[in-house]
Write a protein that binds this ligand. Sequence first.
Ligand code: ASP
Length: 306
Amino acid sequence: VSRAHQKAALIAHGGAGAAGPAAERPERQRVMLAAVRAGAAILKNGGRALDAVIATVSVLENHPLFNAGYGSVLNSAGQVEMDASVMEVNPGAPPRAGGVAALSRIRNPIKLARAVMEHSPHLLLVGAGAERFARSAGISLCRPEMMISPRARERRWIGGAKAKRGYGTVGAVAVDAHGSMAAATSTGGMSGKLPGRVEDSAIIGAGTFAGPLGAASATGHGEAIILAGLCREAVDSLVKLSAPQAARNAIAGISQTAGAEAGIILVDRRGRIGYAHNAAMEVATFDPAHGLCHLRSPATGPARQP
Ligand code: ASP
């Protein structure tokens, strides 16, 4: 793609799973659009895909209706433990990435993931060590109770066979006018999970991936997504598939092999968007031709596409 023809685009998801209470949908839609608008404003001004996905995910992390940041579901001990990761590819440069897991004291885990990428020699930091690193990177810590929303407390479901999966996870992927691509994902994980569980959302290649062909962010059953290396598989398949096909193919694969609930969003280097899921999933998109769009599709068929 010649740089002159590079099209900027962004897509965000609000998590796959149960559709959530109908009464909350208008507000979720409003926030999804506000989040994508924040990212789109950066892209429209010639800004970086990395800044756009971090801005988008931060808006979603700050809202209690999304299972990430403030609003994260509780684990079996009644605590919030958050994970996030980010990856960026700039033309002609090696890809870079950062991830964080098991955080209880960070308001915006995605910003800490970015700091790990930019200011540490490492790729993945967890727990107390990650929180100590946050301080040195100028990111302040809060008391763990500050991250527990009243809604999360009300909706607490403890493990066991009948446990209802808390739904959420947020993510965004973008390509900018310079041909850089980025993916960012942030989550509170599954409600009732064991303390210390690491989500796919922290794992590069699983919940988040960006490569020379595109960028992807996933949501759904974390263990299955890690086993499948879902986002890396989907991005690599862009060598022969369009973005919508790559998304559909990835979800068809994980449905078949693991019977797992999952969703994925993708962007390729020409700014074409794809998404698919086998559970309810909400997405919002921006591209220059269509502006901002919000789409919600229910858990009907196996995998869906735009
Ligand atoms: N992927 C997240 C997890 O496994 C949850 C989700 O996406 O809804 O914890």
